[in-house]
Design a protein around this ligand. Sequence first.
Ligand code: 2HA
Ligand code: ZN
Length: 270
Amino acid sequence: MKDVKKSPFLREMCKTVSNMYRLGWDERNGGNVSLLLDENEVAKYLDPKKVKRTIPIGFDAKELAGKIFLVTGTGKYFKNVEDDPENNLGIIRIAPDGVTAELLWGYADGGRFTSELPAHLMSHIARLKVNPKNRVVMHCHPVNLLSMTFIHSLDEREFTRSLWRTCTECMVVFPDGIGVLPWMLCGTPEIGIATAEKMNDFRLVVWAQHGIYGAGADLDETFGLIETAEKGAEIYMKTLPYPILQTITDEDLKVIAKAFNVTYKEGWVD
Ligand code: 2HA
Ligand code: ZN
């Protein structure tokens, strides 16, 4: 058996959460990430028959039975993950009953997965139906996107259009737009269900006055998605106090979509 700490998936997860911390997206224990792993890849590092302990999931995730995820731990600080992955991360398999997680590695100090696991797993279920290659759900608290939820309308079309207008990349990277939820209590099945419903239509879902969820095929793609939305939000917030003399127009947005061969949400460009 190879050392799981040297596996590409674990190293990439460590690097990703370190970058999220460095960018100020994840203060204290803020944020959580789940990565769907390839069973054959995991088998090179871990004996799938060796279950360390079982942990109740809190809802029925039967649709994901047998699937293995690398998940950040509850209460853990992203800044510490890279130096101590075994305490801060865990590898879990969804048991056949759907309501139990089988711990294969990690959470070594007796810990468990993020309190947002229901929102993650429900989002995985939703995104896998849209794109079978979807492997990542990522949650964090980027300052500018969060700030926008205080001063901007939470209408999804208007919120997205404000970001699209901030720089060319936004239309290129998230032509499918951003879903927005009003403030809700985190860690509950209710917010998980609401997030997953949005994930039927969007890869990005903003939680007003809390943060953002992103979904994608791999860690880089999902990180880049949030990074681009946050860059747009930073430009939006920085320019807000000043008179706008010029911006990206609807005509320009259509030119971008055509040039980069992306399809934007129908009716979201006038
Ligand atoms: O895990 O970000 O939403 C800490 C959080 C809860
Ligand atoms: Zn959060």
